[in-house]
Design a protein around this ligand. Sequence first.
Ligand code: FDA
Length: 416
Amino acid sequence: MNFQIRNYRKSVAAVAFLLLFPLLYLSQTYSVQNVHMVLPTRRNKTFDVCIVGAGLSGAVIAERYAAVKNKYVLVVEKRNHIGGNCYDFIDNETNIRVSKYGAHLFHTKYKDVWEYVQMFSEWVPYEHKVLAFVDGKHIPIPVNINTVNSLFDMDIKSIEDMDAWLKKEQIQYKHEPLNSEEMALSRVGLKLYKLLFRPYTIKQWNKTPTELGPTVLARIPVRNNWDDRYFSDQYQALPKRGYTNLIKNMLKSPQITVRLNVDYFDVRYKIECGKTYFSGPIDRFYEKKGLPKLEYRSLSFERKVLKNMDHFQPASVVNHPSLKDNFTRIVEYKWLPNQEFRSNDTSIVYERSTADGEPYYPVPNERNQNLYKRYKTFANSDPDIYFLGRLANYKYFNMDEAIKNALEMFYKTVND
Ligand code: FDA
């Protein structure tokens, strides 16, 4: 890829920037926003691949092109850090490692993904457990025998009894569930639906479950045993030194150049790329086509430091389904076992679901699915650009799915 510096004045500025560059590179947080016209060329050589976004998806593509194909890769990232939504850091005030964009727990059933991530980090085994605060009690989530016993003062003692209880509760429809309410009622029945799933869904999506497609609540895990792990995948762990470090290791080849604080749309006509992989929102890429925007839910995070407190709550994540609480959950990162330092304090983060802000969760309804298909038609007829990751696919990906998607994309397109 070649950043072309077209006139003398820009060249002077480019020299100045190159002189400053080593210092700025070390800090990893330099801003080239105002000088993107003079982004440095890779002296006398060209970049083969450009990648938009330094999240997990972009990092996999960059790593593979450098490691497998020995290619020169440029990654542009509009934020001031790598890692995308997996970005974490050690908070100076408390010495606790926290995630900037919500708790991230790695879990996968894919052996190839598990083996791939071993190359970039040591891993600490960790099976995530979540509680919900309901009617003054902490109950385990996903719903299992203990949840039902605790919520309804029951004494279910066997899998058979739990199956029988669920069967009695579940509402049978003659048709496939038409929306998320029907889906939830067919899986857990009215009591659990009213207490947990309906209010939590309203808080998370600002829509009632009847307004959401059946898929949203199709994946709520309900267990007929005592398994209170949040995920049941074979591989569950946290990167020992955090996700930012994991992704930094993926990007560490000298063949890979990362530019932070660069919005691709500010530089796209000033750069020439052999190939481009785009991991930003697909509707932003095609915004000039005049279609409506795709809808996303976002989150706001409110952090509180609690001095001289060991822990605030009994688990790293406590969900608050009740409509009386104006937040969806509280995350206390100190519980996570990949902390590096001891802290006398703790910090908690209140999460609230919002309509505005960073695009996090695609809203899976018919309008958005149809709209996405129209965007996808543009993408299919655009031979020079590959779309990858959760924003470009308009699909919620767990981290392992993002990695898998990117690995598959690499092997499918590497010889194009
Ligand atoms: P991601 O969004 O991370 O990266 C895209 C990057 O592109 C961003 O850094 C963005 O700034 C950049 N970009 C966009 N437009 C650009 C432009 N025009 N120019 C330059 N750069 C641009 N998964 C899991 O397995 N376990 C978990 O516990 C969680 N928890 C979780 C919590 C929350 C709140 C969210 C929102 C998500 C999760 N996830 C998760 C999912 C996980 O975050 C997700 O799988 C990965 O971040 C996907 O990585 P991508 O690279 O696809 O997107």
